[in-house]
Design a protein around this ligand. Structure first.
Ligand code: COA
Length: 248
């Protein structure tokens, strides 16, 4: 089975992360497939809503740490990562997410670009960027403080404090908390509801609410520059080594 499954069903395109044995840690080809699936939706008039989903016990464990180590050696952030983040920022169609289990790093920051998030009651969101020697990405340094206020964003993005489903709801990331067995179906129902609305009304309202994506893209680039430097830092190297050689 591919690591990313893209399925069009009626007006909804589902993008499902499917590298379950690695808790949906994202590799460069996975980012590229997701970027294409989001980008192509723009020109497909049949698609009115996107749905991003993961596995039953992990939505996404963030970037693949082995890939981070390779990128640190190459001195650059993989282009597919940026393509994915730009696609999220520039996407004109509404995005719903279905989140169960762990959602780490970009698994959490991608939710900040979504329009409606359904989470299982055991979902756990975290962004341990700084502890890993890194800095926040996906324009989360801009979006999170706006969404939840500076203090809560600092606890999440800098201190690495995780959010339960309830806390994520209080922070404005999650809309609805459900039994984990119901997450996919409830997210699908939300996507169907959005897709059933007059499409131009949805697109224009969404554009007005979000404003220009240029500011978001500029922050993605600014963060990426800092991220590149931090990837090569001794702090990051030590954290990656610790993860790769941990004993369980
Ligand atoms: N990169 C690479 N491999 C990862 C990974 C990641 N981000 N996250 C999980 N994996 C791998 C594990 O190494 C393990 O591989 P193995 O079975 O070959 O040993 C497998 O996925 C299962 O992970 P495991 O840790 O056993 O699952 P868990 O349910 O106990 O914990 C997480 C899940 C997500 C909490 C934990 O895997 C984790 O903390 N991952 C790292 C998250 C992270 O720091 N991401 C980067 C953010 S910037």
């Amino acid at each position: 089975m591919p690591d990313i499954l893209v399925t069009d069903d009626g007006a909804i395109r589902t993008i499902r992360m499917n590298r379950l044995e690695k808790k949906n840690a994202l590799t460069l080809p996975m980012y590229e497939t997701m970027a294409e699936a989001i980008g192509n939706a723009a020109t497909d008039n049949n698609i009115r809503c996107l749905l991003i989903a993961g596995g039953p016990d992990a939505f996404c464990a963030g970037n693949d740490i082995g890939d981070f180590m390779k990128m640190a050696q190459g001195g650059a952030l993989g282009r597919p990562i940026l393509n994915f983040l730009y696609a999220l920022a520039r996407c004109e169609k509404p995005i719903v997410a279905a989140v169960n289990g762990n959602s780490v790093g970009v698994g959490t920051t991608m939710l900040m670009h979504c329009d409606h998030v359904v989470a299982g009651n055991t979902a756990k969101l975290s962004t341990p960027f700084v502890a890993l020697g890194l800095v926040p990405e996906a324009a989360s340094s801009l979006i999170a403080p706006r969404l939840m206020g500076h203090a809560r964003a600092f606890a999440l993005l800098v201190m690495g404090q995780s959010l339960s489903a309830e806390e994520a709801k209080a922070a404005g990331i999650v809309n609805t908390i459900v039994d984990p067995a119901e997450t996919d179906a409830q997210a699908r129902a939300a996507a169907e509801k959005i897709a059933g609305l007059p499409p131009q009304g949805v697109l224009v309202s969404r554009r007005l609410m979000r404003g220009s994506p240029d500011e978001i893209v500029a922050r993605i680039d600014e963060e990426a520059e800092a991220f590149k430097v931090r990837l090569q830092s001794p702090d990051a190297q030590a954290a990656f080594m610790a993860f790769m050689s941990r004993k369980r």
